[in-house]
Design a protein around this ligand. Structure first.
Ligand code: NAP
Length: 329
């Protein structure tokens, strides 16, 4: 495993981490989730990602029970939660001081930990004053309930504003952002946040490296039984897959898979290694619904040296979505 600083912070996170969205509860029970966590931990993974929203809190409950059964020492791993979608009532959602406090306490209970290593504002809340949200996050840090707070899918301007407000209030600024990043979605990580990496020392914990599995190439022959696109609660993902954009992605994934074959690696290896090659990525959050998927994805680090300039050019020719004025790395 490789370890990277979470932005300018002192925390070293594994370059590959494991998330529980979709999988925990919908596809994996406590026993199966525990096997995946153990497998990841044994491979050097030290960050497990979660959110109050995942399976309505059940994902955190399963992770908490599995971690307790595994008996991992609390100083050997990091765990996250995210606040925004906690329930249907007005007090159960958004980034008000009240919901932030309630969400953090509920996550601590479900995950069975004394503190959250990372705590994200899952989306921006345009109806709550940014001062209120920043101060509430700062309070959690001061109380020792949260070590590092951050954002997910915020604009660069919103993150910069939050950091300025934090400075003015004398509280910790956001340490990290959690954006989507994969061969199809690049703009925020490669272009929009560029000014924040240096000025704020922003770290990134990027999500959906396989674009929900599409970049593994498995959808080339239709929708496989048991895949997330067949789950009742994820019909919206299936509709996206069957849209014109989704069909285009499947077709490009076949071309990416052909490039990977030429390199002697799997399509998943190539897609995950491509995310890792960006030095602004602190950790790539993997998703896996079986031990064999996790085994394959954890081996992606080995494909990193194979991403030569020629291979990267061939990939660019397929995806054709390089953001304007990309930083060279
Ligand atoms: N902050 C946010 O807004 C946000 C949003 C989304 C995700 N996330 C985080 O990012 C994590 C990862 O996202 P993701 O699950 O969408 O990641 P992903 O890597 O894009 O998709 C993972 C899914 O792809 C399939 N898969 C994985 N490896 C495979 C392989 N080697 N061969 C074939 N299929 C494979 C599996 O689904 P099947 O069961 O279909 O096989 C697996 O669950 C989440 O768990 C969550 O922690 C955050």
């Amino acid at each position: 495993m490789q370890y990277r600083r979470l932005g300018r912070s002192g925390l070293q996170v594994s370059a590959l981490s494991l998330g529980s969205w979709v999988t925990f509860k919908n596809q994996l029970d406590v026993r199966a989730a525990g096997e995946l966590l153990r497998q990841a931990f044994d491979a050097g993974v030290n960050f497990f990602d979660n959110a109050e929203q995942y399976a309505g809190g059940e994902s955190e409950r399963i992770m908490g029970e599995a971690l307790a059964q595994l008996g991992l020492s609390r100083d050997s791993y990091t765990v996250s939660s995210k606040v925004f979608w906690g329930g249907k009532l007005p007090t159960q959602r958004g980034l008000s001081r009240k919901h932030i406090r309630d969400a953090a306490d509920a996550a601590l209970r479900r995950l069975r930990v004394d503190y959250l290593d990372l705590f994200f504002c899952h989306r921006p809340d345009l109806d709550t004053p940014i001062e209120e949200t920043v101060r509430a996050m700062g309070d959690l840090v001061r109380q020792g309930k949260v070590l590092y707070w951050g954002t997910s899918e915020w604009d660069a301007d919103q993150i910069a504003e939050a950091a300025g407000v934090a400075r003015a209030l004398g509280v910790d600024p956001p340490t990290m952002e959690q954006p989507q990043y994969n061969l199809f979605v690049r703009h925020k990580v490669e272009r929009e946040y560029l000014r924040l990496y240096d000025s704020l020392g922003l770290g990134t914990t990027v999500w959906s490296p396989l674009a929900s599995g599409i970049l593994s190439g498995k959808y080339a022959g239709g929708i496989p039984a048991g895949s997330r696109m067949t789950l009742p609660d994820f019909q919206w993902l299936r509709e996206r897959l069957e849209s014109a954009e989704g069909r285009d992605r499947v077709q490009k994934s076949e071309q990416i898979a052909a490039l990977a074959r030429d390199m002697g690696v799997s399509a998943s290896h190539l897609a995950i290694a491509w995310c890792l090659r960006n030095p602004h990525v602190s950790t790539v959050i993997l998703g896996a619904s079986s031990p064999s998927q996790l085994t394959e994805n954890l081996a992606a680090l080995d494909a990193l040296p194979k991403l030569t300039p020629e291979v990267l050019s061939a990939i660019e020719a397929v995806v054709a979505n390089r953001p304007p004025d990309p930083e060279r790395f």
